[in-house]
Design a protein around this ligand. Sequence first.
Ligand code: ADP
Ligand code: ASP
Ligand code: MG
Length: 456
Amino acid sequence: MKVLKFGGTSVGTIESLRNVKRIVESLDSPAVVVVSALGGLTDRLIATAKESAEGKDTRIDAMECCAKRHHDIIHELVSHDKQGEVLEKVDAMLTELGNLYLGVSLINELPERTLDRIVSYGERMSSVIVAAIVSGACHKDSLEFVKTERWMGRNIADRKATEKLIQRNFPLPLEQHCVIGGFISRDNNDGTITNLGRGGSDYTAALVAAALDAEMLEIWTDVDGFMTSDPRIIKDAKVIPDMSFVESMELCSFGAKVIYPPTIYPVFHKNIPIKILNTHRPEVPGTLITDNATRLPDEVRGVSYVRDTATVTIHGKVVKDIEEVNTRTYNAMARNGISVMLATGDEDAMEFTISVKAADARKALETVRNEFAPEIGAGDVLSVYLTEHLAIIAVVKEGIRRMQGLGARLTSTLNRNGITVNGLSEGTSDSTLALVVNDDKAEQALKLVHDSVIPA
Ligand code: ADP
Ligand code: ASP
Ligand code: MG
């Protein structure tokens, strides 16, 4: 049994939905099909909600446009005998959505839970429509089985509860294709509508694949596969035919948008292969992600980048025990819900530096200062400081440490082109070499690094 996930661009137009129908209907056996909202709709739902809260009068036009997109698809692709029923369901949701916008515009406020409710309509509508387009498919409501819990002021998947509920809702073997909405969920304690974060439909698909021990997770999108870098920036990026789970995890956590980062872990854990495929060109082989990818002796798998990052540096004698500083810093960050993207240390220079997202920078600085307050008092920490407006370029391949001299070579390439390398991390995982550069040089640095490590 396979799980197939179709992203917004795959369900954005009548033409691409025809491909989705063809792809699913040509499968040999029943599958679970996870769909995103129509392409661009989630952005639009959020924008209109914010505008309504600001008292701007855009909701009527936005609702008209949203209704038209869904109605056009229904009229064009849903068989006549089912159109009435589907229109009724979608129109009921559109009415609820319109009422929510009205409420937001009246109170001039947009509480988080109201926004979460508003964005959920994207996937709730698209999944009902796709289920009616694919012959012999049924629809199931993800809100019934994808559950979240609160953690550090955020909603995160409640993996245990979700796994049990998925197993209960999808008795195996499946008798027909089941279409569900990605991204959306409910809080397991109070039942409010939540979601798994932007791009989270991939994660829904992974949770379903893992819970049902699927033979494969297929992510259908708008590019020919996982590429050696972001094709929007690197015009000659190439499709990577195969890669390991670890490599894909590293590339995604350093910004490769093609898969939402938490997606890989649940399927990796169950050793379920992932394929990245193009809905617009289903004949292209795409990328296969497994735990036994081809070994690349001296070739990098891919390069990704994250913008808008910052570093927090601890300077002082305490760094002489780098292991201890590392452990204390990681633990303090974890307790405060801040994820550390990189850590680098230089015992001789007595400096230890972590990279975090810009949004976490102030909190990270404060956390480090609190953690090392005793050492600051005793003079063993001379300063703790923040450096902002940075980007990380991540060069990925399992066993990257064996490519000796790579860090020095890339640093000198960047320096020759007028780009300062503020930090270099070669050690933490044996799959990623990371370079920290100024954010305004991010794209230029990405191109230079990609050109240097990916053969033409
Ligand atoms: P979907 O709507 O299918 O979820 P996304 O927009 O979330 O699609 O992800 C696909 C996009 O990710 C591609 O169109 C591409 O521009 C971008 N992308 C960034 N990095 C990579 C990469 N390394 N390989 C492939 N695509 C990438
Ligand atoms: N529709 C949601 C988003 O745009 C989830 C997804 O597409 O994966 O973020
Ligand atoms: Mg996506």
